[in-house]
Each structure stands twice: as structure tokens, then as C-alpha cells.
Design a protein around this ligand. Sequence first.
Ligand code: MN
Length: 249
Amino acid sequence: MSAASWKVIEYSMINNDNFVFSPPEAPKVAVHGGGLFPVRRIFCIGRNYADHVREMGGDPKETPPVFFTKPADAVVESGAVIPYPQATENLHYEGELVVALHGGGGDLDTREKAGALIFGTACGCDLTRRDHQAAAKKAGAPWDTAKGFDHSAPIGAIGRYQHFPPDSFDNARLVTTVNGEKRQDAALSEMIWSAPEIIIALSQQFELKAGDLIFTGTPEGIGPLKPGDKVEIMIGSLPGLSFSIASQQ
Ligand code: MN
């Protein structure tokens, strides 16, 4: 049997009833008011708050946004208790606005087309192994173990666009508390790249699809978490996100 004919037989055996083990359950996020959002991919933007760049006279948009990803099954629902991750001694929270897409496309060229893809928004936390990230930056190595580990993407219920349009956030603040103490408090208007601008930039790198989530970056005030800590992230009137790190046994 030639290699070519063997390949034909192999592919012909693939059908929905013939998985060699059960396919994993589709990752999902609750939608405020009812329903489930099926998660396809998780994109994240590296740095997206102007901090002092503008007051220093610099142009925050001088360089294009930097993107990285997390696996879809890194999502964690609000209210969860997650284990302190293995292989780190410096787990950090990053409170972020998350944008959920119900449509897709590539090479989008207008804010209108980009905005039309938005299903809704949510409060999220880009959990980070800061020690891995520092080592990766130093070595010019990939960020995967710093950002894409298990349970690294807690996300609150998604508020539908009709009820929580991103434009209504202009005066909203992102507030992160740890054990009730405020750690992050920033206006979303300080974001360097708006949600539609991020979608346009991402669409120039990937063909976006329904089910994609985008973590839009964190403001200043990031810091470490320890076992037993409770994290809460609020953005304007969006459903809040709350989760805890399990106490050590
Ligand atoms: Mn982040």
C-alpha cells in the first residue's frame, strides 16, 4: 500500500462517532441574564494603559499593540476557588476588560466593522506567573508558561452589548480589590487602544471568529497573590468577577 492511499484510508475513518477518546467539553462563559458563550480562543494585549506616557510627552500609539494568547480551557467562572499554580513563586493578578466576539473576519478596516463583532464585555483577570514572564523577557523567550497556564483566565458573566455598550464605559473605572483592599483603580478612558482598534489590529494577524475573547490589558497596580487570597474585579455596572486562590493544604 502506498503512503498516499494509506492517508486516504486514515482520513476516511474520521467522523463524529469515531473519536479515539471523548472530545473535551467546550469551554464556556456565563452570559448575564442567561445563556452560555462558547469560547474559541483567548487573545490578550500586552500593555494598553497610557500611565504616564502621555504626560511625559510620548505617543502611546507609536508602537503597535503586542498580543499573546491563552488556551480556551484556561477560563474560570466567577465564584471559583482555583489552586495556586504549580511552578511559580510569584503569581500576579491583572484586572482587565474582556471583549467577547459573536462574529469574525480578517483585515477589518473600520471601527464600525470591528464594533459589529462585539457580543458583549466582561470583567476578567489575566493571571500571570510574573517570575516566568521576567525570565522570558530577559531571555527573549516565549511567554506561554507565564501567561497560558491552567486556570489563568478567570472571567465574570458577559454583559450583552445591548445592555452594556463599550461606549458607555467612557467614564467607567476598573477596580481590583484583594481581600477587600483596593489595588487597581483606573478609568477605561486611559486605554491606549480602544476595543474596536484592538479588534482591527488583531484581525490583521488572525482571522477572528465567533467565540473569541480578548483581554484588553491592565492598568497600573498589579501585584502578587498568595494562597487564601480573594480577588474581586469590577468595571462600571458590568457583572463583577470574584475568585479565590485555594489555601495551601
Ligand atoms: Mn494582561
